[in-house]
Design a protein around this ligand. Structure first.
Ligand code: ZN
Length: 71
């Protein structure tokens, strides 16, 4: 069964939901604040935040050569 990743619009909590049915319009609630204002996000293994616009995979601290503009 596919696992879908959601993000709550209210508290910005990320959580995963195991799809139990093929119904695409199933009700998903935020486990944190019980809000229904959730958005499905793409969960594709390597999750890359779009911060800085760098395409370099910098893991450890000070591993990024140019991290300007993002303190
Ligand atoms: Zn929430």
């Amino acid at each position: 069964m596919p696992i879908y990743e959601y993000v709550c619009k209210k508290c910005t909590k990320h959580f995963e939901v195991l799809s139990t049915s093929s119904n695409d319009a199933e009700i998903v609630k935020c486990p944190e604040c019980q809000s229904l204002e959730v958005k499905k996000t793409i969960s594709s293994g390597t999750f890359r935040m779009s911060s800085g616009g760098s395409s370099l995979p910098c893991g450890p601290p000070s591993g990024c050569p140019s991290n300007s503009g993002f303190s």
